[in-house]
Design a binder for this molecule. Structure first.
Ligand SMILES: Nc1nc2c(ncn2[C@@H]2O[C@H](COP(=O)(O)OP(=O)(O)OP(=O)(O)O)[C@@H](O)[C@H]2O)c(=O)[nH]1
Ligand SMILES: [Mg+2]
Length: 469
């Protein structure tokens, strides 16, 4: 029916799918009976029938939850012994995601995932920790060692393809290293790459093979950072390596040998823009005696995407290369990033270069009129959020957090950017002073509560000419 490969994510064994289909059949039957009862007024009260039907639907959802939980148990037994998954499985959820762009309503407490992942710390494996470079603080997971123990970690900064071309890769890797150090996290390697465009993957494989030395590899990280996309691309990259060696060139490593033995195309992990796509730990038998494991996203309340609905996510998550926008700021001006963040500025003449999704509307206004503008235009000109009054009134998306920063330029310099203000999940704003004297620049950043806002040394010290607002 739908995904029929054992390595597909969120799978349901065929036997279970058959049971679910039977449940559907019985719902259909009940609907038919209900209709008949309506046609025949002498029939028994239909209230009972309705109750029964809703019970069955709840049963069906509980069923899926239990199934996903059972698959974890399956993983645990696999991870201690043979990793083959014998039975062909069918995934209804993946079908919904791929063909309808909808997430089936399976609610599994995310804490469960975190606890189950804790099995990793008792294994001898390599862990690839994936973070989204547009949402580093929202996707970093500070207590990571508690989950993965002393296993070596490679930090992958994913989604490099969305960054403007003039950003130096080494600068970002340095910044990632610096952040790891700040959080007390020892990592073996830091790698910036793009799972979507596969940029940086070939050299990553070389580093991984040196570090792995026959061990299993777990890909771990928060929801939506691109773990499954990364796994799909990594598998493709390994396959390309096989073609290369089959042409008579060198390359007799373990992965190549395994792939030669198994030339069939492996199915792809399901990916989607919605957080919480992967529900199970899935093994991909990429090497002879070792596997690559995809894992469900670890929940992090600081991720801005946790607050957003599907149509809002599409406005916030950049899918193409970011085109920065420059705005000129003077004291008393405010800048809205959609309806999700506002930066109030006080200081001399300056420019803000905004690195966010091109679908996120930007709006400049006077600080004293900013509140009034938000009341009138939230959900319209200032969106996301999108939707009805009920959605706009939700507490979680109000701009109730205010963080203050004072930026003092080292010298009068019209060419160099002073600081980046990072609004985790949305992007960042590079601040450059154009004042003829050294004037402190004060900013107040308003965001929903829990969203991480910080400053760092600029990623692009010399800005080129960008679009102006
Ligand atoms: N631009 C860009 N988008 C990416 C990249 N990698 C993943 N994505 C997108 O990010 C979204 C999430 O990708 P997934 O691979 O499903 O993320 P995940 O970490 O497996 O998510 P969960 O299974 O929910 O934990 C999808 O819309 C992907 O297309 C990348 O390198 N660049
Ligand atoms: Mg996934």
């Amino acid at each position: 029916m739908q995904c029929d490969h054992p390595n597909e994510l969120g799978f349901i064994p065929k036997s279970v799918a058959m049971r679910l289909m039977k449940t559907h059949e019985s719902i259909k039957q009940q609907r038919k009976q209900k209709q008949q009862r309506k046609d025949n007024p002498n029939a028994a009260a239909s209230v009972d029938g309705d109750q029964q039907q809703s019970d069955t639907i709840i049963d069906y959802e509980t069923h899926l939850e239990n199934e996903a939980k059972r698959n974890f148990e399956k993983f645990r037994s696999q991870s201690s012994g043979a990793k083959k998954i014998g039975e062909k499985e069918i995934c209804q959820r993946c079908h919904m995601l791929k063909h309808y762009g909808k997430v089936a309503p399976i609610k599994i407490p995310i804490e469960d995932f975190k606890n189950k992942l804790a099995a990793i710390k008792d294994m001898n494996c390599v862990v690839i920790k994936v973070v989204d470079i547009m949402d580093f603080h929202g996707t970093f997971i500070p207590d990571f060692r508690r989950i993965i123990g002393n296993n070596p970690v490679v930090l992958v900064g994913n989604k490099m393809d969305v960054l403007p071309a003039d950003i130096h890769k080494n600068r970002i890797e340095d910044w990632l290293r610096h952040e790891c150090k700040l959080h007390g996290m020892v990592v073996s390697h830091v790698k910036l790459l793009s799972s979507a465009s596969r940029d940086g993957l070939a050299s990553f494989i070389v580093e991984l093979e040196q570090l792995r030395r026959g061990r299993d590899v777990f890909v771990v990280g928060c929801s939506n950072v691109g773990k499954s996309t990364f796994i799909n691309s990594l598998v493709d990259e390994y396959k390309q390596k096989v073609v290369f060696t089959q042409d008579g060139q060198q390359g007799d490593d373990e992965a190549t040998a395994a792939a030669k033995e198994k030339p069939t195309v492996m199915d792809r992990a399901t990916t989607s823009i919605f957080p919480g796509t992967t529900l199970n730990i899935i093994s991909v038998p990429l090497w002879h005696n070792a596997s690559l494991f995809d894992t469900p996203g670890i929940d992090n309340p600081h991720q801005i995407i946790k607050l957003l609905r599907p149509d809002e996510l599409k406005m916030v998550i950049p899918t193409k290369r970011i085109k920065p926008t420059v705005v000129h700021m003077i004291g008393g001006k405010s800048l809205y990033l959609g309806g999700l963040a506002r930066i109030d500025y006080d200081g001399g003449l300056a420019t803000f270069t905004i690195y966010t999704s091109t679908h996120l509307p930007l709006h400049l206004c006077r600080t004293d009129k900013a509140d009034d503008l938000l009341t009138r235009q939230r959900g319209k000109m200032l969106s996301p959020p999108l939707g009805d009054a009920e959605r706009l009134a939700e507490e979680s998306i109000q701009l109730s957090q205010a963080k203050r920063f004072t930026i003092i330029p080292e010298k009068v310099d019209f060419r160099h950017t002073c600081t980046d203000i990072i609004i985790s999940g949305l992007g960042w704003v590079a601040v450059k002073s154009l004042s003829k004297t050294i004037t402190p620049m004060r900013v107040i950043v308003h965001t929903p509560t829990n969203i991480d806002v910080s400053i760092r040394d600029p990623l692009v010290p010399y800005t080129t000419t960008y679009n102006t607002l």
